[in-house]
Design a protein around this ligand. Structure first.
Ligand SMILES: [Zn+2]
Length: 208
């Protein structure tokens, strides 16, 4: 991905955001996607703030540096308000080239519970690189949230943000999106399993 022209990468960022939107992982503009700039390691391409992904054009994807300075944007379009989390992860993790942040409902539910997702399936272990921990709560858009996310992510591929959502990372947009899908699937499975266990325990002995 490092050799892709910026315009191609911009289109891929938009497409990934729209895939997440189509899958219901992102509603309206509640979530964001970014990729490390193909030539400038300290820059990133990120989805815009407040633009519904259904209506987003590739040109709306904003190029910023890791300090949040805008290098390329169309008109008044601003980068996602959660750009600090993305910038901090690219700074801390040279292996990461793409980030997908969603408010997918099951993963978000675990984030509200403050409950890590246990890597008790091969798929989560393979895609996330271990348990998906919960970063301490901090308000959205703050540097504190970015620091907490980096710390809880460690060297793995996904992290839950307390009472907020989930961040998935990868060597490419496809890889980061696949992690997002696997994390949400694992969260839904764990949720259903918990309900099924409760239901099973409430059934009369002969009905089990
Ligand atoms: Zn968010």
């Amino acid at each position: 991905m490092a050799s892709l022209p910026e315009a191609v990468l911009r289109t891929r960022v938009r497409r990934t955001a729209q895939r997440a939107s189509d899958a219901g992982h992102i509603v309206a503009s509640l979530g964001n996607v970014s990729a490390r700039h193909p030539r400038h390691d300290d820059r990133l391409l990120i989805t815009p703030s407040g633009v519904s992904y259904g209506a987003m054009a590739s040109a709306d994807v904003v190029t910023i540096d890791q300090g949040g300075r805008v290098h390329r944007a169309v008109g008044e379009v601003r980068p996602s308000s959660e750009w600090r989390v993305h910038a901090a992860i690219y700074r801390a993790r040279p292996d990461v080239h793409a980030i997908v942040h969603t408010h997918a409902v099951h993963a978000q539910a675990f984030s509200f519970l403050g409950c890590p997702l246990s890597a008790d399936t091969e798929e989560l272990d393979a895609f996330a690189g271990g348990d998906v921990d919960v970063a301490d709560y901090a308000a959205s858009g703050t540097g504190e949230l970015a620091e907490n996310a980096v710390r809880a992510l460690g060297s793995r591929q996904a992290v839950l943000l307390a009472r907020h959502g989930v961040v998935s990372v990868g060597v490419s947009l496809d890889a980061a999106y696949a992690v997002a899908q696997v994390v949400e699937r694992q969260a839904e499975r764990a949720w259903r399993l918990d309900q099924a266990t409760e239901l099973s325990a409430s059934l009369p002995e002969r009905g089990r």
